[in-house]
Write a protein that binds this ligand. Sequence first.
Ligand code: ADP
Length: 400
Amino acid sequence: MKILVINCGSSSLKYQLIDMENEHVIAKGLCERIGIAGGHIEGKTFDGRQFSEEIDLPDHTVAFGRVKDALLEGECKVIDSLDEIAAIGHRVVQGGAVFDHSVVVTPEVIREIDNLSALAPLHNPAHIQGINACTEVFGEEKPQVVVFDNAFHSTMPKYAYSFAIPQDLAEKHQIRKYGAHGTSHKYLVERYAEIKGIPLEGTKIITCHLGNGSSVSAVKDGKCIDTSMGLTPLDGLVMGTRSGSIDASAVTFLQEREGWTPKETSEFLNKKCGLLGVSGSSSDMRDNMTAREEGDKNAELATDMLFYQIRKYIGSYVAAMNGVDAILFSGGIGENSVHTRDAVVRELGWLNIRLDEEANDVRGKEIRISTDDSAVEVWVIPTNEELAIARDTKRLVEEQ
Ligand code: ADP
């Protein structure tokens, strides 16, 4: 069975075609600048064939048409007919409190995703465009599944996901912590249990997904009980360009002093803060680490803030779960930054965690980086959100 996994942004579309017999990627690629002048599509196949094309992509339907052609024809052809694709799985950012698991797409599901657009104005409308474009290009008969980014966090207790504001207002506007990166956090704990050959029941795991966007989750018995992102992916850790947690008074103060509209404030907090804002030079962790090594004090502050905040979240989640068995690192920074893992774990000696420095000198590889006598296991596990989406899609289609 082959599953096409789709991740649609407002102006982008990423795809992966996965063979579910062996869970290998057959082809993958992305379309950029959809609806903007200067469109671009590129892709590659499992056996190293590649293509790249500058082509105007006025909307998602045109982009999907081009993806379909790339899979079916030309130098990068990997299938003979669309019938070989059993189903399409879409990543959806915001399922609100409505969707606590993946579902097969129906007109009702599309309406619900649309209703949740206020909570994810940049993402949910794009996902609907993607679903509709898929229907146009692949036909109504092709099953489509939506996998929600925050579904894994739906098990958080109310006292963990509530903000201390009047509850009637919270309910009226659906204001609460929803979290994000759920597909990744879920993949990580399940992969850990698989590696260890243990059930998730009885485990206490802290997952650190650290990339351009970063979040940490506390997962007890395989269920998320808390996560660092909030109503939106702005909350929690300092990120590439997002501020992370900030005293709301600092926001209203800035808004007043600078004369910003809510939209401008949101733009500021999402796009101009984080590592970029503090370092004044780059949102990229690699750039910041290089600058730090060259003596740049601003980059040092930005990265020290990140290390400290990750450590603080881990400490608080140890308290929230009354213990921890394993800490898992993933995402571009978590998988590749030896220094970040070292800086975070080194200061957790009070938990009797011992880092194996040799094992930690690793990039992008699944490996335990704690010593045999460490009281808590620490692992690097490269995440695979596309595979998690494909697995859910396959399961739901087979259950139909
Ligand atoms: P996204 O959240 O957009 O999916 P990624 O998970 O790919 O992003 O993470 C991107 C981040 O990972 C960037 O800040 C990048 O600098 C960082 N990163 C990648 N490799 C390294 C490395 N070797 N050392 C430090 N940071 C790295």
